[in-house]
Design a protein around this ligand. Structure first.
Ligand SMILES: Nc1ncnc2c1ncn2[C@@H]1O[C@H](COP(=O)(O)OP(=O)(O)O)[C@@H](O)[C@H]1O
Ligand SMILES: [Mg+2]
Length: 242
């Protein structure tokens, strides 16, 4: 049965070394497919890390399905999985099979059960021949796919995707999209490509660390794309030398 995660964010601020990266963010999300858009440096990746409980807010609160994930790491492992922008930040083990099995063992599965689940997820992706493959020998796109398999094997209720398709070739991207469209849990998907959000219920636009707009996909995407195109047409690049 499909489950929908509830994300409650109240007056969230997040600062590093005195620099405020996110501020004044209040947002309630209860849609199964949520897209996040925004310019480079607007705070999307930081937002993904805060929602996943990898870092605690400086002030305000974030809960997923009622849990404060930064404080409750056991709940975090069950509730949320995050696919980082850079697979190198995610991968720990030398082989594909070990990488997938690790997350499952973290969730408390025995070695035997973890091995069985690892096989199941490899079969589901049609990649059982990858089990013994050394991750270091894979391409960037293939590494992304390994991370997706490892995270989805853990079946988190909410899957946070931080530009998961960056650098993927067309067939790999299509394969990942197909898989994600079948994912039973909720998706929070950061992307620059409007095509990735086909069929999404809701879009959140983050701008300079704060919430610019949240609402239905057509409404927010139209406003966002109009703003981005007008910025693109502006030939003043003086800000680059600031
Ligand atoms: N660990 C960090 N230390 C200092 N500044 C950071 C750190 N992480 C992110 N930032 C800054 O916060 C801003 C938002 O970054 P990020 O969340 O990666 O944005 P996005 O994913 O939208 O491109 C950027 O200006 C970035 O330089
Ligand atoms: Mg980012």
């Amino acid at each position: 049965m499909a489950t929908v995660s509830q994300i409650e964010i109240k007056d969230l601020a997040f600062a590093i070394e005195g620099k405020e990266i996110l501020h004044g963010l209040t947002l309630s999300l209860a849609e199964r497919r949520v897209g996040i858009v925004g310019r480079n440096g607007s705070g999307k990746s930081t937002f993904a890390r805060v929602v996943s409980g990898l870092v605690a807010p400086t002030s305000g609160s974030v809960t997923v399905n009622g849990h404060d994930l930064a404080k409750d790491r056991r709940a975090a492992i069950r509730e949320v999985g995050i696919l980082f922008q850079n697979p190198e930040h995610q991968i720990i083990f030398p082989t594909v099979g070990e990488e997938i099995a690790f997350g499952l063992e973290q969730q408390g599965l025995s070695k035997a059960d973890a091995a069985q689940e690892t096989q199941a997820v490899l079969d589901q992706f049609g990649l059982s021949h990858w089990k013994e493959a050394h991750i270091a020998t894979l391409s960037q796109g293939q590494k992304h796919l390994v991370c997706l398999m490892a995270i989805s094997a853990m079946k988190p209720k909410l899957l946070v995707l931080d530009e998961p398709f960056a650098g993927l070739d067309i067939p790999t991207k299509a394969q990942m999209n197909r898989y994600l469209s079948l994912y039973e849990g909720s998706l929070l998907h950061i992307t620059h490509d409007p095509a990735d959000l086909e069929g999404y219920d809701h879009v959140v636009w983050i701008d300079q660390g704060t919430l610019r707009q949240a609402g239905s996909r057509p409404e927010v995407m139209n406003a966002y794309l109009a703003a981005m195109h007008s910025l693109g047409e502006d030939d003043d690049i003086a800000y680059l030398s600031r």
